[in-house]
Design a protein around this ligand. Structure first.
Ligand code: GLA
Length: 690
């Protein structure tokens, strides 16, 4: 709901539990009023009537109170907007008008020829904010920086910042620390979202998992980005974020051109970190992720089984075994195209390797379909190996600086997707590929960062940073429209491109290349603070784990770990024993039963993975699923009872595993014992309200 006060200067957005208000002062400054629990319009008006502190030479009255601080004038905070023309730098804006349409508030300002519109929209309890710039001329305007939003927190003491940091194969680790004066800057200057931070922060003062106030902000952008959390001199906290890492120039707007920033979404929750996560999850399932009401299938991926050593016959053998254990989607990973027999060649040539697939992909796809599964493939369209037909024909199609070395990572270079000829080439290749065989699923990878982001001959080369992402989005959108039955997974060496932007055009993400089931619990724990299980792909692979450290774990532990998201299998099934295959079949059958609850239910993190017992719980209607893991048992320290959440204390619940009936109040207050013992044990418990 969106309300405008009688003064025509105060606006209140209201969600199921939260409210957000801004006010235009009589001097034309846009003041942030409220972000927190629901309030009435009269409350917003009362806040608007409170005077701002006085300005004096060393402090600005606006700092910490403005909804979108621009560069210029009496402001000392980090500007959200920084622009320049040939003549001057900064913004002195005047309010023009406002519009309220379909629950969206648009506040239009103008500075000479530049129109600046701030957009606010409440979806569930999530406020979406973004900005449009339109240059009405006559001068060209250079946009040095255009953040999507600045968020202002209420006056409180002792703010804590939660962030999800990581690196390759160790993504989304949760860290929580106290804020101090100054700025904490998170971001990526790598050209993609990055493994190092998910573009998300949460702030609280004393929240727990299920109580207290939490503010969360998440950016929908898949290129370089920056979120700056500032504790100002008067201790107020503001969070500013948007596309691009630095302020050295994002794009140039000629007369008649416009630019829309990505969405920076924010939420307030009164239900602790768990409540905040559930609000994020519901928001993404309802408004962001395409077809999120359709549950994701159990997939098999051949990467860990075969590496680059791919043959049609071996894929058929794996597919037969995958089908026999209940897999629903069979995915051929890297190595099926061009001269791709290692990571040294072939990227860019998106035609099936004639030695490996003499009849193209269709015979294998038909075989897979004949086994009752969907068929998927791996691609990495934004890249090229120098050893490829594409690069030999178009060495100028890659990002490069004139006269400088072209840095290779994994023997590959980044295509300059800002170029229209590159966009058209990729469209033709991928559209042709998806038309050539019945392909249901594409794993879209991105395996190196930008290093030489130059564009010889282009007058404003730095625009390629943002234009690359916009071209990627446009390509995905075009492919989805032309091939509506194809699902897409976002992968970037595991979890290097996970954000609300890519999730609005992909069906799931590859969480991490680390498939060790224990390491995965920490990664999944962090991930769950922002994204839902419905998009979190997780595979059961071989034991000892081939990639990392060689940890040995039971099939039970591996399956229950991977069942916390979108279950997949990535082991070498041709080496699994009959007993292992039979056990896998049972786990997959169980997963299919609990899948609606896992993928669509509300998530409760019962205990974090910190060495002993950890558990998550999902609730959907009358159904509840608990997944529990015991990392290590210690003498004299029996695993504690798990206190469940989200249940009705007045109801009784039947356990499908044991047939026992439990009282809701008892499960909530006293908990239940899982019976886990030993090292790396795990259990699934299903409860149904009776
Ligand atoms: C990336 C992905 C892996 C796999 C390889 C293939 O590292 O994250 O899952 O697809 O590429 O080269």
């Amino acid at each position: 709901m969106l309300q405008t006060a009688d003064d025509g200067r105060t606006w209140l957005l209201t969600g199921p539990t939260s409210g957000y208000a801004v006010h235009l002062t009589e001097h034309g400054e846009l003041r942030h009023l409220h972000w927190g629990p629901r309030i009435e319009l009269a409350d917003a008006e009362a806040l608007a009537a409170r005077p701002l502190p006085d300005s004096w030479p060393f402090e600005s009255a606006l700092d910490g109170h403005e909804e979108y601080p621009v560069e210029g004038g009496p402001r000392f905070v980090r500007p959200a907007l920084s622009v320049r023309t040939a003549e001057r730098r900064g913004t002195e804006w005047a309010f023009e008008t406002y519009e309220t349409k379909g629950g969206e508030l648009r506040l239009r300002f103008r500075d000479s020829g530049l129109g600046i519109t701030l957009h606010h929209r409440m979806r569930g309890d999530v406020v979406e904010r973004w900005v449009t710039l339109d240059n009405r001329g006559p001068d060209a305007v250079e946009v040095l920086r255009a953040d999507s939003a600045t968020w202002t927190l209420p006056d409180r003491e002792g703010w804590r910042l939660s962030q999800l940091h990581g690196r390759w194969a160790a993504e989304s680790r949760l860290v929580r620390t106290g804020l101090t004066y100054g700025e904490k800057v998170l971001g990526s200057r790598r050209g993609h979202t990055g493994h190092q931070h998910l573009p998300w922060v949460a702030l609280d003062t004393d929240a727990g998992e299920e109580h207290g106030e939490v503010y969360g902000c998440a950016l929908g952008w898949s290129g370089s980005w920056r979120i700056a959390v500032a504790q100002l001199p008067d201790a107020r906290v503001q969070i500013t974020g948007g596309a691009g890492y630095d302020d050295s120039g994002l794009l140039r707007l000629r007369a008649g051109e416009s630019y829309t920033t990505p969405v920076f979404a924010g939420l307030w929750s009164g239900g602790g970190h768990g409540g905040a996560s559930r609000t994020w999850h519901a928001y993404q399932r309802t408004y962001v992720v395409p077809d999120a009401d359709r549950d994701r299938p159990v997939l098999y991926n051949s990467w860990e089984a075969t590496g680059f050593d791919i043959s049609e016959e071996r894929q058929r053998a794996l597919a037969r075994r995958a089908a026999a254990i209940g897999v629903e989607l069979f995915v051929v990973d890297d190595g099926w195209f061009g001269a791709r027999t290692s990571d040294r060649a072939g990227l860019g040539d998106w035609r099936p390797n004639p030695d490996r697939f003499p009849g193209g992909l269709k015979p294998l796809a038909d075989h897979v379909h004949g086994l009752g599964m969907e068929f998927g493939i791996w691609v990495e369209p934004e890249m090229v190996n120098p050893d490829s037909d594409l690069y030999r024909a178009h060495p100028d199609w890659v990002q490069h600086q004139p006269g400088r070395r072209r840095t290779e990572f994994r023997h590959q270079l980044v295509l300059n997707l800002a170029r229209e000829d590159v966009q058209e080439y990729l469209w033709e290749q991928l559209d042709g590929l998806l038309s050539s065989a019945p392909i249901d699923y594409v794993k879209w990878d991105f395996n190196r960062c930008f290093t030489d982001a130059g564009w010889p001959g282009e007058p404003y080369p730095q625009r390629l940073w943002a234009d690359h992402v916009r071209a990627l989005y446009a390509l995905l959108d075009r492919l989805r429209t032309a091939h509506p039955r194809v699902a897409f997974e976002s992968c970037s060496g595991g979890g290097g491109r996970i954000d609300l932007g890519i999730l609005s055009r992909t069906d799931q993400v590859w969480t991490s290349d680390n498939t060790d089931p224990l390491d995965r619990l920490a990664i999944q724990h962090g991930f769950s603070h922002i994204h839902p299980a419905r998009v979190m792909a997780a595979w059961v692979t071989d034991s000892p784990n081939t990639m990392l450290g060689g940890r040995v774990s039971s099939l039970r532990f591996r399956f229950v770990s991977a069942m916390a998201g979108v279950l997949g299998v990535g082991g070498d099934l041709t080496r699994w024993t009959e007993e292992e295959l039979a056990e896998a079949r049972d786990w997959i059958a169980l997963y299919k039963e609990i899948r609606p609850v896992v993928q669509r239910g509300g998530l409760y993190r019962l205990r974090p993975p910190r060495g002993g017992l950890s558990a998550v719980q999902y609730v959907l209607g009358d159904e509840t699923v608990v997944l529990a893991w015991l990392q290590a048992q210690h003498h004299g320290e029996p695993p504690p009872a798990l206190r469940l959440r989200g249940l009705d204390p007045a109801s009784s619940y039947a356990c499908r595993e044991t047939g026992e009936v439990h009282r809701g109040a008892v499960l909530l207050h006293h908990g239940m014992h899982t019976g886990l013992r030993g090292d790396l044990d795990a259990a699934v418990v299903r409860l149904c309200r009776i």
